[in-house]
Write a protein that binds this ligand. Structure first.
Ligand SMILES: Nc1ncnc2c1ncn2[C@@H]1O[C@H](COP(=O)(O)OP(=O)(O)OP(=O)(O)O)[C@@H](O)[C@H]1O
Ligand SMILES: [Mg+2]
Length: 843
């Protein structure tokens, strides 16, 4: 094989009998070998030989090697391809076999068989004279080339055309293009035919074509067919990027199926390509230095890893997340305070204090853009609009909004992510949220922070500490990311129903803004401005189809709902809308109401109304749709016996009125308390009894037989109805005293009075919390007069004006004043018993 001589193949060649696949000169094909003769050829010739010659074998197509060594050899295909085995891989699974990678060199004809066992050896005659392959394909045919020159030039042009239709950015295609120019044109039919989509039969025909002319003639139609096929494909698939990919994948899978040589290289190229794209993205992500370094390190590892390794996918996912994170992408705030005020006012009625504080916050932000927190925390009963105000704030700022619901979260990795060593590890909710909004300055609403749980998996509240601390959160480290992410641009807003269950360290980082429950008047406004229009729209109705007069709204608020917020009110409107939707769908346009109520003047015209008049919901229609009202004004009914008083309680759901009932019977001075009371409340009861016994003479209190000690020969039972609800706190003190005073004196407590306040053994009334919610509850329940501790008088200023106007307030410094106000005409023995008017103030 001297250079210039071309390749001279040995005259004796061992033959590999193949059935599937045809090796053409100039291409590389992978063969799987498992029959006895072929296996022997590999093990005894290829694996034992040491010279280059020993790796040259003859590949005979279209011939099946018999399954047994002893079987006779079938008749061989006469023409074969001599090839170099460039790779031999052995495996024992599922059965012993070798995989050979063979590159074709030239054709040969089998002259005679020399031996059949252990493998076939034959005398062969080389057919292609390789030294003739000289002129590169690009050169124009010369005159003496004649027909052949023309043919080969045409063939070359067609090949160029085919490549022009493929995507040059794919490395394989580009390589093929270069190859095309440097190959001698005699080799083109073989090389091209092995690359384009051809059947084994067609390849076999090409192999059997011994003259060059014949070969070009056979291969050209195949090439043209491929070009036409591609044209058709492009036409049917419009060139969206997605389809571009599909065309490529077709290429990968089929258009160049014979392109088996370099298949490994191709896979590598694809891979390299992918990681190159990733690397480009990493460079473009503008991440901080530390994160960038980590990414480059991971990329390096990724490049070395085989795709099949499970860690490959993990590393890829990690890098994908890293490039997706908004390291330096942010929206510009549109901070316009007057506009913000309008948006807030339009979205939510009332909530003045909250809105004012939010505007202050925004104004400061405008003056100092790099403002470090405070983190606002809205605390209030359910359904008062905490969550939806958070959404409004994002809208006023023109920022992205993301809600992270923390209710029931009890695993700290929910916040901070899992370390990447864990199977199925993920980033935490903060990082996930950032990925979702794709900017680094969104408004994050941490909903329900008071409902964070704790478990063996750690304390999520502790993980939140870092997130919410403006001094620390510029370097928040998620366990999954393991590099710091700057959260200082994120505006955090938290919501909670109560501060009691928020861990103190977390509470300390937030500025608490109380959101009160609404008064009846505010609810009416909210209903007509927001809730009803919303519900109408959700149910596909228009104001022309359904009309809800204000009186109906008032009736719904007072008789069908009892809540601080407006959520169940909204549900009731939903129910009405559904009922009306049925009527509208049935074609009834007007409800003919019996007994048109006076409060609805539109009713007067109803009978003569045209069919497109709205359906008006009056009290009769209301009862039809919502049923009988579940809440009645029960206060006065329940105060018909001595020994009952109305207190005011605060719960996370807002204020509530609370009844205290007492009864006495013959006994030995025992006190029984029922109604699931906490320790503090039980102590209040004991305090109350002690004070009343000590002052029995002053207030003319007697026992059952009229004796001076109320407890003598008497057992007392004190009960707090709604027995299933746990109650605690000192603020029921004054109510217990009033209730017992009523029992011991046999007098009725005023039915329109409710009270709250802690007591001392000396008879002083101490201030309590939640005055605003309590007073609103009293107002909702129709109470007229509220007795409250003197030192809580300042809290009344925060109440809406109409509530203050509706109620009488009695600020009491001691129990004397409480008793005096709680009973009609004062209480015997109190300082103001006969002094009229009473010590009340109308604020
Ligand atoms: N002042 C208001 N003006 C207009 N709509 C309001 C107002 N307050 C509440 N809403 C409406 O009431 C509904 C309930 O509000 P939201 O879900 O924000 O309550 P929340 O305070 O977050 O309650 P929870 O504590 O149960 O999460 C929403 O549809 C909201 O639009
Ligand atoms: Mg909420």
């Amino acid at each position: 094989m001297a250079p210039g001589d071309g390749i001279q193949i040995p005259s004796r060649l061992p033959l590999l009998l193949t059935h599937e696949g045809v090796l053409l000169p100039g291409s590389t094909v992978r063969f799987s070998v498992d029959s006895p003769r072929n296996m022997h050829l590999v093990s005894q010739r290829l694996l034992k030989g040491t010279s280059l010659r020993s790796t040259i074998i003859g590949v005979i197509p279209n011939t099946r090697d018999p399954d047994h060594d002893t079987d006779d050899l079938p008749s061989l295909h006469k023409i074969g391809t001599a090839g170099i085995a460039v790779q031999v891989v052995g495996s024992n699974w599922p059965k012993p076999h070798y995989t050979l990678l063979i590159t074709g060199l030239c054709r040969f004809r089998v002259s005679s068989l020399l031996k059949e066992r252990p493998f076939v050896l034959a005398e062969v005659e080389q057919l292609d004279k390789m030294e003739h392959y000289t002129a590169p394909a690009t050169e124009r045919a010369t005159a003496n080339d004649g027909d052949l020159g023309e043919l080969s030039y045409n063939f070359y042009q067609a090949a160029v055309q085919l490549l022009g239709m493929l995507d040059m950015s794919v490395p394989v295609v580009a390589k093929f293009r270069r190859l095309l120019d440097s190959l001698p044109r005699e080799t083109l039919p073989d090389v091209v035919a092995s690359m384009i989509r051809t059947s084994n039969k067609e390849k076999l025909q090409l192999l059997d074509a011994l003259t060059l002319e014949e070969r070009f003639k056979k291969a050209l139609p195949l090439l043209s067919r491929q070009i036409e096929g591609l044209k058709l494909l492009k036409k049917t698939r419009k060139s969206s990027p997605n389809n571009e990919k599909r065309v490529l994948s077709v290429r990968k899978g089929g258009v160049l199926p014979g392109r088996q040589f370099n298949r490994d290289e191709e896979a590598e190229d694809e891979d390299g390509d992918d990681t190159a794209v990733l690397e480009k993205k990493v460079r473009e992500a503008k991440m901080p230095e530390a994160a960038f370094k980590v990414c480059l390190k991971e990329l390096k590892r990724l490049k070395k890893m085989p795709q099949s390794m499970p860690e490959f996918a993990l590393t890829r996912n990690y890098l994908d997340l890293m490039v997706e994170l908004p390291w330096s992408r942010s929206t510009t705030d549109c901070l316009d305070i007057p506009a913000a005020r309008t948006v807030l006012d339009n979205d939510h009625y009332a909530m003045d204090k909250l809105k004012r504080r939010v505007l202050e916050y925004l104004a400061v932000r405008q003056l100092k853009t790099s403002l470090k927190g405070p983190i606002l925390c809205f605390v209030g009963p359910p359904g008062v609009g905490k969550t939806s105000v958070g959404r409004s704030i994002a809208r006023t700022l023109g920022r992205e909004f993301h809600r992270i619901s923390l209710g029931g979260v009890c695993d700290q990795s929910d916040i901070r992510g899992h370390r990447r060593t864990y199977v199925g590890s993920m980033p935490g909710r903060i990082i996930n949220g950032l990925k979702t909004v794709a900017v680094n300055n969104p408004v994050f609403l941490l909903d329900e922070v008071d409902k964070l749980g704790k478990s063996l998996q750690g304390d999520p509240a502790a993980a939140l500490l870092e997130v919410l601390d403006p001094e620390q959160n510029h370097s928040f480290t998620d366990h999954y990311l393991n590099v710091a992410f700057d959260l200082s641009q994120v505006l955090f807003i938290a919501t909670a129903n109560t501060t009691a269950t928020i861990p103190p360290a977390l509470l300390d980082r937030m500025e608490v803004l109380q959101v009160q429950g609404y008064t009846q008047e505010e609810k009416v406004e909210i209903a007509h401005r927001h809730l009803i229009p919303n519900q109408l729209e959700q149910h596909g109705l228009t104001p022309q189809q359904l009309h809800l007069p204000q009186d109906t709204t008032r009736a719904i608020i007072s008789s069908y709902t009892r809540e601080a917020g407006v959520r169940s009110l909204e549900r009731k409107f939903g129910a009405i809308c559904r009922a009306v939707a049925v009527k509208v769908a049935e074609g009834h346009r007007v409800i003919a109401t019996e007994a048109p109520p006076a409060e609805c003047p539109a009713q007067q015209t109803d009978k003569a109304a045209p069919p497109e008049m709205p359906i008006v919901i009056d009290s009769v229609a209301l009862k039809d749709i919502l049923g009988l009202p579940p809440f009645e004004m029960e206060v006065s009914e329940r105060l018909t016996l001595p020994g009952v008083a109305v207190g005011l309680a605060w719960t996370p759901l807002g204020g509530e009125i609370l009844f205290v009932e007492a009864s006495r019977m013959e006994g030995e001075g025992q006190l029984t308390l029922t109604g699931q009371l906490g320790d503090v409340m039980k102590e209040s009861a004991h305090l109350a009894i002690s004070w009343l016994r000590a002052n029995a003479k002053t207030y003319q209190l007697t026992n059952m037989v009229g004796g001076p000690d109320p407890l003598e020969g008497t057992d007392i039972h004190l009960h707090f109805p709604a027995g299933a609800v746990t109650k605690d706190g000192p603020s029921a003190g004054v109510t217990i005293v009033t209730c017992l005073a009523s029992l011991f004196s046999g007098r009725l407590v005023r039915s329109d009075v409710a009270m709250t306040g802690e007591i001392t053994l000396r008879g002083l009334v101490l201030p309590v919390g939640g005055i605003k919610d309590k007073v609103l509850a009293a107002h909702r329940a129709g109470v007229k007069c509220v007795i409250l501790p003197q030192r809580n008088k300042k809290d009344l200023e925060e109440l809406p004006a109409n509530v203050r106007a509706d109620l009488d307030f009695v600020p009491a410094a001691n129990l004397d004043q409480v008793l005096n106000a709680a009973f009609d005409g004062g209480f015997p023995g109190t300082a103001g018993a006969h002094a009229q008017p009473q010590l009340t103030s109308k604020l």
